[in-house]
Design a protein around this ligand. Sequence first.
Ligand code: PLP
Length: 480
Amino acid sequence: MRYISTRGDSANPPNKSFTDILLGGLAPDGGLYLPESYPQITRAELDQWRELSYADLAFAVLSKFIDDIPAADLKALVDKTYTAAVYCNGRDAGKANEITPIRWLEPGLGLLELSNGPTLAFKDMAMQLLGNLFEYVLEKRGEEINILGATSGDTGSAAEYAMRGKRRLRVFMLSPYGKMSAFQRAQMYSLQDANIFNIAVRGMFDDAQDIVKAVSNDHAFKARYRIGAVNSINWARIAAQVVYYVKAYFAATRCNDEQVTFAVPSGNFGNICAGHIARMMGLPIGRLVMATNENDVLDEFFRSGIYRPRGTAETLPTSSPSMDISKASNFERFVFDLVGRDPAVIRELWARVDAGGSFDLSKTPCFANLPQFGFVSGRSTHADRLATIRRTFAKYGVMVDTHTADGLKVALENRTPEMPMVVLETALPAKFEETIVEALGLQPERPAAMQGIENLPQRVEVMEISVGAVKTFIEQHASI
Ligand SMILES: *Cc1c(COP(=O)(O)O)cnc(C)c1O
Protein backbone atom coordinates (compact mmCIF):
# COMPACT_ATOMS: atom_id res chain seq x y z
CA MET A 1 0.00 0.00 0.00
CA ARG A 2 1.46 3.32 -1.08
CA TYR A 3 0.38 6.70 0.29
CA ILE A 4 -0.21 9.92 -1.64
CA SER A 5 -0.78 13.53 -0.58
CA THR A 6 -4.07 15.37 -1.14
CA ARG A 7 -2.01 18.25 -2.58
CA GLY A 8 0.61 16.14 -4.29
CA ASP A 9 1.88 16.18 -7.81
CA SER A 10 0.02 13.20 -9.30
CA ALA A 11 2.73 12.69 -11.92
CA ASN A 12 5.30 12.38 -9.16
CA PRO A 13 3.54 11.02 -6.04
CA PRO A 14 5.37 10.86 -2.67
CA ASN A 15 5.09 7.08 -2.85
CA LYS A 16 5.47 6.49 0.88
CA SER A 17 4.76 3.37 2.89
CA PHE A 18 2.76 3.22 6.13
CA THR A 19 5.75 3.39 8.47
CA ASP A 20 7.24 6.22 6.37
CA ILE A 21 4.26 8.44 7.20
CA LEU A 22 3.56 7.08 10.69
CA LEU A 23 5.82 9.47 12.59
CA GLY A 24 5.18 12.52 10.44
CA GLY A 25 2.27 14.93 10.25
CA LEU A 26 1.52 16.86 7.09
CA ALA A 27 3.00 15.83 3.77
CA PRO A 28 5.88 18.14 2.73
CA ASP A 29 3.54 19.87 0.23
CA GLY A 30 1.14 20.78 3.08
CA GLY A 31 -1.40 18.10 2.14
CA LEU A 32 -2.69 15.10 4.09
CA TYR A 33 -1.72 11.51 3.39
CA LEU A 34 -4.23 8.99 2.02
CA PRO A 35 -3.89 5.53 0.46
CA GLU A 36 -3.42 5.80 -3.32
CA SER A 37 -6.70 3.88 -3.57
CA TYR A 38 -9.00 2.51 -0.90
CA PRO A 39 -8.54 -1.21 -0.33
CA GLN A 40 -11.84 -3.04 -0.77
CA ILE A 41 -13.58 -5.36 1.68
CA THR A 42 -14.96 -8.27 -0.33
CA ARG A 43 -18.21 -10.02 0.38
CA ALA A 44 -16.27 -13.17 1.30
CA GLU A 45 -14.25 -11.17 3.85
CA LEU A 46 -17.41 -9.70 5.36
CA ASP A 47 -18.71 -13.25 5.78
CA GLN A 48 -15.47 -14.43 7.39
CA TRP A 49 -15.06 -11.41 9.64
CA ARG A 50 -18.51 -11.36 11.23
CA GLU A 51 -17.55 -13.47 14.25
CA LEU A 52 -14.03 -12.13 14.83
CA SER A 53 -12.92 -10.61 18.12
CA TYR A 54 -12.06 -6.90 18.10
CA ALA A 55 -8.31 -7.59 18.00
CA ASP A 56 -8.59 -10.14 15.19
CA LEU A 57 -10.82 -7.81 13.19
CA ALA A 58 -8.42 -4.90 13.78
CA PHE A 59 -5.59 -7.04 12.46
CA ALA A 60 -7.62 -7.98 9.34
CA VAL A 61 -8.63 -4.37 8.60
CA LEU A 62 -5.26 -2.78 9.40
CA SER A 63 -3.43 -5.36 7.27
CA LYS A 64 -5.11 -3.74 4.29
CA PHE A 65 -3.39 -0.44 5.10
CA ILE A 66 -0.09 -1.69 6.53
CA ASP A 67 2.16 -3.91 4.43
CA ASP A 68 5.55 -2.93 5.78
CA ILE A 69 5.30 -4.43 9.27
CA PRO A 70 5.64 -8.24 9.35
CA ALA A 71 2.22 -9.83 9.97
CA ALA A 72 3.25 -11.56 13.20
CA ASP A 73 4.59 -8.29 14.63
CA LEU A 74 1.48 -6.34 13.64
CA LYS A 75 -0.69 -9.03 15.17
CA ALA A 76 1.23 -8.82 18.45
CA LEU A 77 0.92 -5.00 18.53
CA VAL A 78 -2.81 -5.14 17.84
CA ASP A 79 -3.39 -7.89 20.44
CA LYS A 80 -1.52 -5.88 23.06
CA THR A 81 -3.60 -2.77 22.22
CA TYR A 82 -7.12 -4.16 22.10
CA THR A 83 -7.46 -6.21 25.28
CA ALA A 84 -10.16 -6.07 27.91
CA ALA A 85 -7.60 -4.87 30.47
CA VAL A 86 -7.22 -1.57 28.58
CA TYR A 87 -10.96 -1.02 27.94
CA CYS A 88 -12.38 -1.81 31.36
CA ASN A 89 -13.87 1.58 32.31
CA GLY A 90 -17.34 0.86 30.93
CA ARG A 91 -20.44 0.65 33.03
CA ASP A 92 -20.82 -3.02 32.17
CA ALA A 93 -17.59 -4.78 33.18
CA GLY A 94 -18.77 -8.06 31.64
CA LYS A 95 -18.59 -6.47 28.20
CA ALA A 96 -15.00 -5.22 28.41
CA ASN A 97 -13.82 -8.04 26.14
CA GLU A 98 -16.02 -6.67 23.35
CA ILE A 99 -13.87 -3.47 23.49
CA THR A 100 -16.62 -1.43 21.74
CA PRO A 101 -20.00 -2.91 22.77
CA ILE A 102 -23.25 -1.37 21.51
CA ARG A 103 -25.70 -0.30 24.21
CA TRP A 104 -29.19 -0.49 22.67
CA LEU A 105 -31.49 2.26 23.91
CA GLU A 106 -34.40 0.71 22.02
CA PRO A 107 -34.63 -1.57 18.99
CA GLY A 108 -32.88 0.16 16.11
CA LEU A 109 -31.20 2.87 18.22
CA GLY A 110 -27.85 2.14 19.84
CA LEU A 111 -24.84 3.86 21.41
CA LEU A 112 -21.47 2.55 20.30
CA GLU A 113 -19.30 2.63 23.44
CA LEU A 114 -15.94 4.00 22.33
CA SER A 115 -15.00 5.59 25.62
CA ASN A 116 -14.15 2.72 27.95
CA GLY A 117 -10.40 3.27 27.54
CA PRO A 118 -7.98 4.84 30.03
CA THR A 119 -9.04 8.48 29.48
CA LEU A 120 -12.77 7.88 28.92
CA ALA A 121 -12.90 9.35 25.39
CA PHE A 122 -12.89 7.68 21.98
CA LYS A 123 -9.45 9.09 21.16
CA ASP A 124 -7.97 6.22 23.21
CA MET A 125 -9.16 3.76 20.54
CA ALA A 126 -6.59 5.05 18.04
CA MET A 127 -4.02 6.63 20.34
CA GLN A 128 -3.34 3.38 22.22
CA LEU A 129 -2.42 1.71 18.93
CA LEU A 130 -0.29 4.71 17.97
CA GLY A 131 1.73 4.39 21.21
CA ASN A 132 2.53 0.76 20.47
CA LEU A 133 3.28 1.40 16.77
CA PHE A 134 5.58 4.33 17.59
CA GLU A 135 7.57 2.31 20.12
CA TYR A 136 7.92 -0.58 17.67
CA VAL A 137 9.00 1.52 14.67
CA LEU A 138 11.41 3.68 16.72
CA GLU A 139 13.04 0.54 18.09
CA LYS A 140 13.41 -0.94 14.58
CA ARG A 141 14.94 2.25 13.25
CA GLY A 142 17.06 2.99 16.31
CA GLU A 143 15.46 6.45 16.53
CA GLU A 144 13.97 8.58 19.27
CA ILE A 145 11.21 11.17 19.17
CA ASN A 146 10.01 14.07 21.32
CA ILE A 147 6.29 14.56 20.85
CA LEU A 148 5.15 18.14 21.23
CA GLY A 149 1.48 19.06 21.38
CA ALA A 150 -1.12 21.44 22.74
CA THR A 151 -4.39 20.32 24.22
CA SER A 152 -7.60 21.73 25.64
CA GLY A 153 -8.33 18.37 27.27
CA ASP A 154 -9.12 15.09 25.52
CA THR A 155 -6.30 14.81 22.97
CA GLY A 156 -3.51 15.53 25.43
CA SER A 157 -4.66 13.04 28.01
CA ALA A 158 -5.28 10.31 25.41
CA ALA A 159 -1.77 10.89 24.00
CA GLU A 160 -0.12 10.82 27.43
CA TYR A 161 -1.87 7.62 28.52
CA ALA A 162 -0.90 5.99 25.21
CA MET A 163 2.76 7.05 25.38
CA ARG A 164 3.48 6.77 29.11
CA GLY A 165 6.39 4.49 29.91
CA LYS A 166 7.18 3.86 26.24
CA ARG A 167 10.81 3.59 25.26
CA ARG A 168 12.51 6.05 22.89
CA LEU A 169 9.84 8.71 23.18
CA ARG A 170 8.93 11.64 25.39
CA VAL A 171 5.78 13.75 25.43
CA PHE A 172 5.80 17.53 26.02
CA MET A 173 2.15 18.57 26.31
CA LEU A 174 1.11 22.20 26.62
CA SER A 175 -2.24 23.04 28.19
CA PRO A 176 -3.90 26.35 29.12
CA TYR A 177 -3.25 27.07 32.81
CA GLY A 178 -6.46 26.96 34.84
CA LYS A 179 -8.71 26.46 31.80
CA MET A 180 -9.37 22.72 32.01
CA SER A 181 -11.71 21.02 34.45
CA ALA A 182 -10.27 19.75 37.76
CA PHE A 183 -10.81 16.20 36.51
CA GLN A 184 -9.00 16.83 33.21
CA ARG A 185 -6.09 18.47 35.03
CA ALA A 186 -5.87 15.57 37.45
CA GLN A 187 -5.93 13.04 34.62
CA MET A 188 -2.91 14.58 32.95
CA TYR A 189 -0.91 16.14 35.75
CA SER A 190 -1.07 13.14 38.10
CA LEU A 191 0.98 11.01 35.68
CA GLN A 192 4.36 10.37 37.26
CA ASP A 193 6.00 8.63 34.28
CA ALA A 194 9.47 9.99 33.58
CA ASN A 195 8.77 10.41 29.83
CA ILE A 196 5.67 12.61 30.27
CA PHE A 197 6.06 16.38 30.72
CA ASN A 198 3.07 18.63 31.34
CA ILE A 199 3.51 22.33 30.68
CA ALA A 200 0.69 24.66 31.77
CA VAL A 201 0.90 27.94 29.86
CA ARG A 202 -0.52 31.10 31.45
CA GLY A 203 -2.83 31.80 28.52
CA MET A 204 -5.55 30.27 26.38
CA PHE A 205 -5.46 27.11 24.27
CA ASP A 206 -4.61 29.20 21.19
CA ASP A 207 -1.54 30.61 22.93
CA ALA A 208 -0.36 27.06 23.65
CA GLN A 209 -1.10 26.04 20.05
CA ASP A 210 0.84 29.05 18.72
CA ILE A 211 3.89 28.04 20.77
CA VAL A 212 3.74 24.53 19.29
CA LYS A 213 3.56 26.00 15.79
CA ALA A 214 6.45 28.37 16.44
CA VAL A 215 8.66 25.57 17.79
CA SER A 216 7.75 23.29 14.87
CA ASN A 217 8.50 26.05 12.39
CA ASP A 218 12.04 26.35 13.74
CA HIS A 219 13.30 23.64 11.40
CA ALA A 220 16.77 23.46 12.90
CA PHE A 221 15.38 23.00 16.43
CA LYS A 222 12.80 20.52 15.15
CA ALA A 223 15.45 18.39 13.48
CA ARG A 224 17.95 18.61 16.35
CA TYR A 225 15.42 17.59 19.00
CA ARG A 226 13.44 15.22 16.72
CA ILE A 227 10.14 16.95 17.39
CA GLY A 228 7.10 14.92 16.35
CA ALA A 229 3.34 15.18 16.73
CA VAL A 230 0.33 12.96 17.32
CA ASN A 231 -2.30 15.38 16.07
CA SER A 232 -5.61 14.46 14.54
CA ILE A 233 -4.34 14.49 10.94
CA ASN A 234 -2.12 11.47 11.67
CA TRP A 235 -3.13 8.79 9.16
CA ALA A 236 -2.66 5.87 11.59
CA ARG A 237 -5.27 7.37 13.89
CA ILE A 238 -7.81 7.43 11.06
CA ALA A 239 -6.93 3.87 10.03
CA ALA A 240 -7.40 2.59 13.59
CA GLN A 241 -10.81 4.26 13.72
CA VAL A 242 -12.05 2.43 10.62
CA VAL A 243 -12.06 -0.76 12.69
CA TYR A 244 -14.87 0.10 15.09
CA TYR A 245 -17.24 0.95 12.24
CA VAL A 246 -16.69 -2.56 10.89
CA LYS A 247 -17.11 -4.11 14.34
CA ALA A 248 -20.26 -2.09 14.99
CA TYR A 249 -21.70 -2.99 11.58
CA PHE A 250 -21.55 -6.67 12.53
CA ALA A 251 -22.98 -6.00 15.98
CA ALA A 252 -25.94 -4.08 14.54
CA THR A 253 -26.88 -6.49 11.73
CA ARG A 254 -27.60 -10.17 11.28
CA CYS A 255 -26.46 -10.52 7.68
CA ASN A 256 -24.32 -8.62 5.20
CA ASP A 257 -27.28 -7.48 3.07
CA GLU A 258 -28.36 -5.05 5.75
CA GLN A 259 -27.23 -1.43 6.02
CA VAL A 260 -26.51 0.72 9.08
CA THR A 261 -26.55 4.48 9.67
CA PHE A 262 -23.88 5.97 11.94
CA ALA A 263 -24.21 9.34 13.70
CA VAL A 264 -20.93 11.02 14.70
CA PRO A 265 -20.31 14.04 16.97
CA SER A 266 -17.70 15.89 14.93
CA GLY A 267 -14.99 18.47 15.43
CA ASN A 268 -11.85 17.97 13.37
CA PHE A 269 -13.67 15.46 11.12
CA GLY A 270 -11.31 12.61 12.07
CA ASN A 271 -13.83 10.18 13.49
CA ILE A 272 -16.39 10.56 10.72
CA CYS A 273 -13.63 10.55 8.08
CA ALA A 274 -12.89 6.99 9.22
CA GLY A 275 -16.60 6.19 8.66
CA HIS A 276 -16.40 7.66 5.18
CA ILE A 277 -13.35 5.50 4.44
CA ALA A 278 -15.07 2.37 5.79
CA ARG A 279 -17.96 3.13 3.42
CA MET A 280 -15.59 3.69 0.48
CA MET A 281 -14.04 0.29 1.29
CA GLY A 282 -17.42 -1.29 0.74
CA LEU A 283 -18.77 -1.64 4.29
CA PRO A 284 -22.59 -1.44 3.89
CA ILE A 285 -23.05 1.93 5.61
CA GLY A 286 -26.30 3.51 4.47
CA ARG A 287 -25.74 7.00 5.75
CA LEU A 288 -23.30 9.01 7.85
CA VAL A 289 -24.96 11.61 10.06
CA MET A 290 -22.52 14.38 10.94
CA ALA A 291 -23.33 16.43 14.06
CA THR A 292 -21.68 19.68 15.10
CA ASN A 293 -22.31 21.96 18.09
CA GLU A 294 -22.69 25.75 17.80
CA ASN A 295 -19.31 25.78 15.98
CA ASP A 296 -21.02 24.62 12.82
CA VAL A 297 -18.50 25.21 10.03
CA LEU A 298 -19.00 21.60 8.82
CA ASP A 299 -22.80 21.62 9.05
CA GLU A 300 -22.75 24.80 6.99
CA PHE A 301 -20.71 23.08 4.27
CA PHE A 302 -22.97 20.03 3.99
CA ARG A 303 -26.03 22.28 3.76
CA SER A 304 -24.70 25.01 1.48
CA GLY A 305 -21.51 23.85 -0.26
CA ILE A 306 -19.65 26.74 1.35
CA TYR A 307 -16.63 26.00 3.55
CA ARG A 308 -15.83 29.05 5.63
CA PRO A 309 -13.38 28.38 8.48
CA ARG A 310 -13.95 30.75 11.37
CA GLY A 311 -11.44 33.05 13.01
CA THR A 312 -10.39 31.98 16.48
CA ALA A 313 -12.34 34.94 17.90
CA GLU A 314 -15.47 33.60 16.19
CA THR A 315 -15.07 30.16 17.79
CA LEU A 316 -17.40 29.81 20.76
CA PRO A 317 -16.52 27.94 23.93
CA THR A 318 -19.36 25.43 24.44
CA SER A 319 -20.38 22.63 26.78
CA SER A 320 -19.15 20.10 24.20
CA PRO A 321 -15.63 21.59 24.16
CA SER A 322 -13.90 18.84 22.19
CA MET A 323 -15.96 19.89 19.17
CA ASP A 324 -15.09 23.60 19.44
CA ILE A 325 -13.10 24.03 16.26
CA SER A 326 -12.60 26.92 13.86
CA LYS A 327 -11.55 24.70 10.96
CA ALA A 328 -11.74 20.93 10.57
CA SER A 329 -8.24 19.61 10.00
CA ASN A 330 -9.25 16.28 8.40
CA PHE A 331 -11.92 17.73 6.13
CA GLU A 332 -9.42 18.04 3.27
CA ARG A 333 -9.33 14.25 3.03
CA PHE A 334 -13.06 14.07 2.32
CA VAL A 335 -13.04 16.98 -0.12
CA PHE A 336 -10.23 15.24 -2.02
CA ASP A 337 -12.61 12.32 -2.68
CA LEU A 338 -15.53 14.65 -3.37
CA VAL A 339 -13.62 16.48 -6.13
CA GLY A 340 -12.64 13.22 -7.80
CA ARG A 341 -9.19 12.97 -6.13
CA ASP A 342 -7.77 15.86 -8.12
CA PRO A 343 -4.84 17.35 -6.13
CA ALA A 344 -4.77 20.44 -8.36
CA VAL A 345 -8.30 21.32 -7.22
CA ILE A 346 -7.34 20.79 -3.55
CA ARG A 347 -4.25 23.00 -3.94
CA GLU A 348 -6.44 25.77 -5.32
CA LEU A 349 -9.19 25.43 -2.67
CA TRP A 350 -6.76 25.29 0.25
CA ALA A 351 -4.67 28.17 -1.06
CA ARG A 352 -7.79 30.19 -0.30
CA VAL A 353 -8.39 28.53 3.09
CA ASP A 354 -4.75 28.91 4.16
CA ALA A 355 -4.91 32.61 3.27
CA GLY A 356 -7.83 32.99 5.69
CA GLY A 357 -10.55 32.71 3.04
CA SER A 358 -13.32 30.27 2.14
CA PHE A 359 -14.56 28.33 -0.89
CA ASP A 360 -17.94 27.61 -2.42
CA LEU A 361 -18.63 24.33 -4.22
CA SER A 362 -22.40 24.82 -4.40
CA LYS A 363 -22.50 25.38 -8.16
CA THR A 364 -20.02 22.66 -9.06
CA PRO A 365 -20.88 19.20 -10.41
CA CYS A 366 -18.97 17.60 -7.54
CA PHE A 367 -21.30 19.12 -4.97
CA ALA A 368 -24.18 17.54 -6.88
CA ASN A 369 -22.44 14.20 -6.20
CA LEU A 370 -22.58 14.74 -2.44
CA PRO A 371 -25.62 12.45 -1.88
CA GLN A 372 -23.70 9.46 -3.21
CA PHE A 373 -21.28 9.83 -0.27
CA GLY A 374 -24.17 9.25 2.14
CA PHE A 375 -23.69 12.32 4.35
CA VAL A 376 -26.43 14.21 6.15
CA SER A 377 -25.72 16.83 8.79
CA GLY A 378 -27.15 18.89 11.61
CA ARG A 379 -26.18 21.00 14.62
CA SER A 380 -26.96 21.10 18.29
CA THR A 381 -26.90 23.88 20.89
CA HIS A 382 -26.39 24.00 24.66
CA ALA A 383 -30.19 23.90 25.16
CA ASP A 384 -30.48 20.89 22.80
CA ARG A 385 -27.68 19.16 24.69
CA LEU A 386 -29.38 19.61 28.06
CA ALA A 387 -32.73 18.47 26.64
CA THR A 388 -31.17 15.38 25.04
CA ILE A 389 -29.30 14.43 28.23
CA ARG A 390 -32.56 14.79 30.21
CA ARG A 391 -34.72 12.91 27.71
CA THR A 392 -32.23 10.04 27.37
CA PHE A 393 -31.94 9.68 31.13
CA ALA A 394 -35.72 9.83 31.69
CA LYS A 395 -36.61 7.49 28.84
CA TYR A 396 -33.81 4.92 28.99
CA GLY A 397 -32.07 5.48 32.32
CA VAL A 398 -28.82 6.12 30.44
CA MET A 399 -26.53 9.12 31.02
CA VAL A 400 -24.80 10.44 27.92
CA ASP A 401 -22.00 12.97 27.81
CA THR A 402 -22.40 16.37 26.14
CA HIS A 403 -20.70 15.39 22.85
CA THR A 404 -22.64 12.16 22.51
CA ALA A 405 -25.78 14.21 23.20
CA ASP A 406 -25.01 16.38 20.16
CA GLY A 407 -24.72 13.23 18.05
CA LEU A 408 -27.89 11.73 19.47
CA LYS A 409 -29.90 14.91 18.89
CA VAL A 410 -28.99 15.04 15.20
CA ALA A 411 -29.38 11.25 14.88
CA LEU A 412 -33.00 11.43 16.07
CA GLU A 413 -33.75 14.09 13.43
CA ASN A 414 -32.44 11.77 10.72
CA ARG A 415 -33.71 8.34 11.73
CA THR A 416 -35.26 6.17 9.04
CA PRO A 417 -37.26 3.02 9.77
CA GLU A 418 -35.35 0.74 7.40
CA MET A 419 -31.91 1.04 9.01
CA PRO A 420 -30.58 0.76 12.56
CA MET A 421 -29.06 4.01 13.82
CA VAL A 422 -25.81 3.70 15.78
CA VAL A 423 -24.61 6.83 17.59
CA LEU A 424 -20.91 6.99 18.41
CA GLU A 425 -20.44 7.63 22.14
CA THR A 426 -17.30 9.76 22.17
CA ALA A 427 -16.83 10.29 25.93
CA LEU A 428 -18.21 9.15 29.27
CA PRO A 429 -20.34 11.68 31.19
CA ALA A 430 -17.85 11.59 34.08
CA LYS A 431 -15.54 13.77 31.97
CA PHE A 432 -18.06 16.61 31.77
CA GLU A 433 -19.63 16.61 35.23
CA GLU A 434 -20.60 20.26 35.30
CA THR A 435 -23.06 20.09 32.40
CA ILE A 436 -24.46 16.74 33.56
CA VAL A 437 -25.21 18.31 36.95
CA GLU A 438 -26.80 21.27 35.16
CA ALA A 439 -29.01 18.94 33.12
CA LEU A 440 -29.91 16.31 35.71
CA GLY A 441 -28.97 17.64 39.12
CA LEU A 442 -26.92 14.44 39.54
CA GLN A 443 -23.22 13.63 39.57
CA PRO A 444 -22.29 11.15 36.85
CA GLU A 445 -20.75 7.89 37.99
CA ARG A 446 -16.97 7.65 37.83
CA PRO A 447 -15.07 4.45 37.09
CA ALA A 448 -13.58 3.13 40.34
CA ALA A 449 -10.00 3.72 39.19
CA MET A 450 -10.69 7.46 38.81
CA GLN A 451 -12.34 8.22 42.08
CA GLY A 452 -10.50 10.92 43.97
CA ILE A 453 -7.82 11.44 41.33
CA GLU A 454 -7.99 15.18 42.05
CA ASN A 455 -6.24 14.41 45.37
CA LEU A 456 -3.19 12.74 43.81
CA PRO A 457 0.10 14.66 43.66
CA GLN A 458 0.47 16.58 40.39
CA ARG A 459 3.52 17.06 38.22
CA VAL A 460 3.29 20.13 35.99
CA GLU A 461 5.54 23.00 34.95
CA VAL A 462 3.77 26.38 34.86
CA MET A 463 5.15 28.84 32.28
CA GLU A 464 4.49 32.26 30.80
CA ILE A 465 3.47 32.46 27.13
CA SER A 466 7.01 32.14 25.83
CA VAL A 467 8.40 30.14 22.92
CA GLY A 468 11.89 30.54 24.37
CA ALA A 469 10.91 29.09 27.76
CA VAL A 470 9.33 26.03 26.14
CA LYS A 471 12.37 25.46 23.95
CA THR A 472 14.70 25.73 26.95
CA PHE A 473 12.57 23.22 28.85
CA ILE A 474 12.73 20.77 25.92
CA GLU A 475 16.51 21.25 25.63
CA GLN A 476 16.88 20.40 29.32
CA HIS A 477 14.66 17.32 29.27
CA ALA A 478 15.00 15.77 25.82
CA SER A 479 17.83 13.38 25.30
CA ILE A 480 19.29 13.62 21.82
C1 PLP B 1 -12.18 14.72 19.73
C2 PLP B 1 -13.60 14.56 20.17
C3 PLP B 1 -14.68 14.74 19.27
C4 PLP B 1 -14.48 15.18 17.83
O1 PLP B 1 -13.87 14.19 17.05
P1 PLP B 1 -13.19 14.56 15.63
O2 PLP B 1 -12.49 13.35 15.21
O3 PLP B 1 -12.27 15.72 15.91
O4 PLP B 1 -14.30 14.96 14.71
C5 PLP B 1 -15.96 14.52 19.74
N1 PLP B 1 -16.20 14.18 21.03
C6 PLP B 1 -15.18 13.99 21.92
C7 PLP B 1 -15.52 13.64 23.32
C8 PLP B 1 -13.85 14.19 21.53
O5 PLP B 1 -12.86 14.02 22.43
